[in-house]
Design a protein around this ligand. Structure first.
Ligand code: SAM
Length: 251
């Protein structure tokens, strides 16, 4: 199970990998998806929820953000973010209880962080509270097609699968799609992390219940540039979504 401060142990390694473009999911899949959805942020006050070591602040700055504040539960990540990006504010804070007054921000950006919460509805309500009227949330989450799939062996080849046996006498369900549940993954360099995965419709409903109106929804696809770097990675994640993103507005 992921320890509450699991990201303290991997903060420095992860920061180096991000800075050197070594994380394929970020470089070729998730960040391009998020970049495409980012609006012009000229003059806006932006909150980064689950900012890690703060690399995304550069992207938000490029979009014109006037003020950037990042929050994360990991003290080590926040210390590294402060050192690297001293012109922004980084605060140790839990996303379930944001240390800001109502209607403080124009825009909230959250990459691959809300899925660490087993109660994402609380996070969405908090984000709604700290957004100004008309403000927007852009968040990315683990997609169940990738992260709720299960490894099976087909023709001696390990395969990530989601589905069921087509034989009522040999029943077998492989992976989970519809149920919001905790999943553990053993990452080669980071060890085991666990997070919560549910279908798009689950998050869609929670966002609506938090009173957001959904403006856009995207399932990730690897970008063309990945083809030369790692062809099979490109072929896999061009066809199967690893992540999904919502753009939602406070009414
Ligand atoms: C996969 S990292 C994403 C970091 C960064 N957004 C990025 O994409 O590089 C997830 C981050 O969520 C943070 N996190 C997990 N639970 C949290 C919570 N309850 N409140 C604030 N941050 C949390 C972790 O410490 C970690 O830095």
């Amino acid at each position: 199970m992921t320890k509450i401060n699991a990201y303290n142990d991997i903060a420095a390694l992860r920061q180096q990998e991000l800075l050197h473009g070594e994380m394929k999911p970020h470089r070729f899949v998730e960040k391009p998806m998020m970049k495409n959805l980012l609006p012009d942020l000229s003059g806006k006050r932006v909150l980064l929820v689950g900012c890690g070591t703060g690399e995304e602040s550069s992207l938000l700055e490029e979009c014109g953000a006037r003020k950037i504040v990042g929050i994360d539960l990991s003290e080590k990540s926040i210390a590294l973010a402060r050192k690297m990006y001293p012109h922004h504010d980084f605060i140790v804070c839990d996303m379930h209880s944001l240390a800001f007054k109502d209607a403080t921000f124009d825009f909230v950006y959250s990459s691959l962080s809300i899925h660490y919460s087993k109660e994402p509805e609380k996070v969405y309500r908090e984000i709604y509270r700290v957004l100004k009227e008309g403000g927007r949330l852009l968040c990315s989450l683990a997609h169940p097609v990738r992260w709720a799939s299960e490894q099976i062996v087909v023709d001696d080849i390990p395969v990530k699968a989601i589905g069921f046996s087509n034989d009522k006498n040999n029943k077998k369900l492989i992976g989970i799609y519809s149920t919001f549940a905790q999943h553990k993954h053993n990452f080669s360099r980071y060890g085991t992390l666990s997070f919560y995965v549910g279908p798009p419709s689950y998050h869609f409903r929670l966002l609506k219940e938090a009173r957001f109106s959904i403006e856009d929804f995207v399932e990730s696809q690897a970008i063309e540039e990945c083809k030369e770097y790692d062809t099979y990675y490109y072929e896999r994640y061009k066809e199967f979504p690893q992540f999904m993103a919502f753009l939602a507005r406070k009414k």
